[in-house]
Design a protein around this ligand. Structure first.
Ligand code: NAP
Length: 281
């Protein structure tokens, strides 16, 4: 079984991006810039943002974090996004989710200029991705896609089963694999027989949020399984895939932690650089 090392893949991607930033700097005399807006003091969000800032700096992206208290008014955030949209030194804008209840998430997402939407959540980017046009692609599914391609460069005709249909993970993942000519089945909480669907799959991407949902007898022996889940349990962090069981039965599997997670941040950096490159044309 191939243990898909997300840490190593992310380090390789960051090294490539670092070189690309050096080239871009010598060509344009400026570097890509990423601005992250962080609202409130949720510990996981603070950790994510700190990691994003650190990784951005490592590859030479100019990064800035704008912090607001939980009580910040929606209009203040929208005004700041408007300012950032017209700031030429800012290539990418990310508003760290989740947001406090009084702030309308969709309004915030749609306020970001789609050409600076490094999360790929703006409806214009969602539409472009599903139409097969160039767009920012949500970082986690992009990371999953790059890991799958490392194992199997030619995905044409493969049967993929996506478990979970969130806008963040399942839906964009479906689009990415469709573009590769996979036959994609997207499953969700109302799917009648999830095990039977998974047993058909050459590729499984599990993005559900239920600890160890995908079991050892749900998988084909040559399947590639990507575990997006991050679930806190009494036994520590586990994925949506039962690692011990599934690892015995498949061709390749991502661990949790150390699989998809590190690729998510590396893909955010990739998206920032891609937004910068598109803005220079
Ligand atoms: P989400 O928005 O809660 O969506 C979960 C999806 O799973 C929904 O589509 C839901 O179906 C489906 N589902 C729920 N129970 C199911 C069941 N019994 N069988 C089949 N499908 C079921 O979750 P998300 O934001 O996509 O996140 C999923 C997981 O990924 C979480 O553990 C999260 O922490 C993790 N995550 C990891 C990263 C990373 O970087 N590694 C990034 C983001 C998220 P319905 O639509 O029918 O409700």
């Amino acid at each position: 079984m191939i243990l898909i090392d997300g840490k190593e893949a992310a380090a390789e991607l960051r090294a490539e991006l670092k070189e690309e930033v050096v080239e871009l700097k010598s060509k344009h005399n400026k570097v890509p810039g990423l601005t992250v807006i962080l609202i409130g003091d949720l510990t996981p969000s603070q950790i994510y943002v700190r990691n994003k800032e650190k990784s951005a700096n490592e590859v030479g992206i100019k990064s800035e974090v704008i912090k607001y208290p939980d009580s910040v008014e929606e209009k203040t955030v929208l005004k700041k996004i408007k300012e950032l949209n017209s700031d030429e030194t800012v290539s990418g804008i990310l508003v760290q989710l989740p947001l406090p209840k009084h702030i309308d998430k969709q309004k915030v997402i749609e306020a970001i200029d789609p050409s600076k939407d490094v999360d790929g959540f703006h409806p214009m980017n969602v539409g472009n991705l599903s139409s097969g046009y160039e767009s920012s692609i949500p970082c986690t599914p992009l990371g999953c896609y790059l890991l799958i391609k490392k194992i199997e460069p030619n995905l044409s005709g493969k049967k993929a089963v996506i478990v979970g249909r969130s806008n963040l993970n399942g839906k964009p993942m479906t689009q990415l694999l469709l573009k590769e000519n996979c036959t994609v089945t997207i499953t969700h909480s109302k799917t009648k027989d999830l095990k039977a669907e998974c047993l058909e799959a050459d590729i499984i991407v599990a993005a559900v949020g239920i600890p160890e949902l995908v079991r050892g007898d749900w998988v084909k022996k040559d399947a590639i399984v990507i575990d997006v889940g991050i679930n806190k349990t009494d036994n520590g962090i586990v994925g949506d895939v039962h690692f011990d069981e599934v690892s015995k039965n498949v061709r390749a599997l991502t661990p949790v932690p150390g699989g998809v997670g590190p690729m998510t941040i590396a893909c955010l950096l990739k998206n920032t650089i891609d937004c910068f490159k598109r803005s220079q044309i």
